[in-house]
Design a protein around this ligand. Structure first.
Ligand code: FAD
Ligand code: NAI
Length: 476
């Protein structure tokens, strides 16, 4: 079919795809990766949602806005005074764009280093002939390349609220929310999920009056209830207005901004008026342009590519990973699946442990967890012991000036095996790694309690929470 023949073709250059391509190349396969993302000059911008409009830019803005909040409200505690503090939002956005570009360039460098052939354009199935797949690449030039194995990593797109189509000026998806050049006076957010809370925090810290409208009656239902309650209390104190159990009605835009009609939890009709509205109500798998019909690739009713536990699709030698398949929509889950698939193609035993995938919400305080929540264990009828330790009693947290939150351990009542670890507090995103390692090694709470942790460090709160499982904390 084509002069360019590959062992492995990866469609999609996000964390699932680019990592799969690098691992496949490391394993000795002649590998191509096709990605269509364009930078503002029309050039390639590999890295997918994560790099361009997701994980990386959101964390860049979270960092900038956190610095501003510290300078505005907390530096005084350290004896540092500032006058005429101001925020140059376009500069902050410019820095974020530089961070994104560094990551795009880093991936292009990695492709070169690992001898992955990169194609900039849209990849779509043409046909399958004699055990080989023909993939059309539609970019600056159009060509068909062939591969024995195809890994699909085409990611996801934001879910649209039918009455509030994204225009990225007034009604923003994550893309627009990361590119606002002036702090909105009033910001509305629909959906108190991960994006709503992270982006809501960015703009609140910079001075916006932020109101979040959430359809469900519970706040962060997937998070351990005790941790979610603590986070809700802190976010509300910080000034985030969170309305739960609402039903969104008409959404209208005008020169004056956006009006969102909604019914509140008590059944009263309300209207939220704001300058901009972020709609963050989840994401949907993306197979636009892949032409799955050409080869009979099976999708489910949500539009996700159907895969088995090993990421195999219904077609021989066609695999799919990341946001476009079942499971949590997380960059590190996509990466792990990408590596596992490349290793399976090489006849190895690639493995992803879905029970130890960490979650992090990068608000302040951060929320991070791995394993089961207390409500899940109750529902399963599993006997467990719980231990918590507050950062208030941790010396390093006091020195940092951030004593919000706690570490919580859940362990099996009989065996003491760690079943879940939940953290709300400073640097939770880093602290959770210890819990993930412990759970991968099927450690008990006592194992962590007996390990020497550096003093003074936030990680001592982890050790103390493990001690708390056995009701023998030393510092509380
Ligand atoms: P994607 O990253 O979406 O990449 C898919 C790529 O495929 C894209 O480049 C797309 O252009 C390309 N593509 C699609 N179709 C074709 C085609 N036919 N031909 C060629 N190319 C194609 N996750 C975390 O773990 N941590 C976080 O902190 C985090 N923060 C986030 C913040 C925001 C605002 C958002 C929106 C998401 C965040 N996520 C985070 C989720 C994370 O971005 C996704 O889980 C991750 O990007 C999924 O990786 P992927 O490779 O499956 O898909
Ligand atoms: P989400 O699933 O986290 O939250 C969506 C929220 O919107 C839910 O609370 C849901 O109940 C609510 N909702 C849905 N429909 C609604 C409606 N009609 N009216 C009012 N509320 C409604 O989805 P989000 O925030 O859009 O993020 C998408 C995904 O991206 C996340 O699930 C996560 O996988 C990923 N992500 C991960 C991050 C991280 O790891 N730190 C950061 C940001 C995104």
């Amino acid at each position: 079919m084509s002069s360019k023949q590959f062992d492995v073709i990866v469609i999609g250059g996000g964390p699932g795809g680019y990592i799969a391509a690098i691992r496949a190349a490391q394993l000795g396969f002649n590998t191509a990766c096709i990605d269509e993302w364009k930078n503002d000059k029309g050039g390639p911008a590999p890295g997918g949602t994560c790099t361009n409009v997701g994980c990386i830019p959101s964390k860049a803005l979270l960092q900038s806005s956190e610095h501003f909040e510290q300078a505005a409200h907390h530096f005084g505690d350290h004896g540092i005074s500032l006058s005429n503090l101001s925020m140059d939002v376009p500069k902050m956005i410019g820095r974020k764009n530089t961070v994104v570009k560094q990551n795009n360039d880093g991936i292009l460098y990695l492709f070169k280093k690992n001898k992955v052939s990169f194609f900039h354009g849209r990849g779509s199935f043409v046909a399958a002939e004699g055990g080989v797949y023909g993939i059309k690449v539609a970019g600056a030039n159009e060509e068909v390349i062939t591969g024995k194995h195809v890994i699909l990593a085409t990611g996801s797109n934001p879910r649209t609220l039918p009455q509030a189509a994204f225009d990225e000026k007034l009604i923003l998806s994550n893309t627009g929310a990361l590119d606002v050049n002036e702090v909105p006076k009033k910001l509305g957010v629909i959906g108190a999920g991960v994006i709503g809370l992270e982006m809501g925090s960015v703009w609140r810290r910079l001075g916006a009056d932020v109101t979040v409208l959430e359809g469900l009656p519970t706040f962060l239902g997937a998070v351990d209830e005790q941790i979610a309650k603590e986070a809700h209390k802190v976010f509300t104190k910080q000034g985030l207005k969170i309305n739960l159990g609402v039903k969104i009605g008409d959404v209208t835009t005008s020169d004056a901004g956006v009006k969102v009609a909604y019914t509140d939890a008590k059944g009263a009709e309300q209207v939220l008026e704001c300058d901009k509205l972020i709609v963050s109500i989840g994401r949907v798998p993306n197979t636009i342009g892949l032409n799955p019909e050409a080869v009979g690739l099976k999708l489910d009713e949500r539009g996700a590519i159907v895969v088995d536990g090993e990421c195999k699709t219904n077609l021989p030698n066609v695999w799919a990973v990341g946001d476009v398949v079942r499971g949590p929509m997380l960059a590190h889950k996509a990466e792990e699946e990408g590596v596992a698939v490349a290793e399976r193609i090489a006849g190895q035993h690639g493995h992803v442990n879905f029970d130890t995938i960490p979650w992090v919400i990068y608000t302040s305080p951060e929320i991070a967890w791995v394993g089961k929540t207390e409500q899940q264990l109750k529902a399963e009828g599993r006997a467990y012991k719980a231990g918590t330790f507050p950062f208030l009693a941790n010396g390093r947290a006091r020195a940092l000036g951030d004593t919000t939150g706690m570490v919580k351990f859940l362990a099996d009542a009989k065996t003491d095996e760690i079943l879940g670890v939940h953290i709300v507090g400073p640097m939770a995103s880093e602290l959770i790694a210890e819990a993930v390692v412990a759970m991968e090694f099927k450690a008990s709470a006592e194992d962590i309690a007996r390990i020497c942790h550096a003093h003074p460090s936030l990680s001592e709160a982890t050790k103390e929470a493990a001690l708390a499982v056995d009701k023998r904390t030393l510092n509380f």
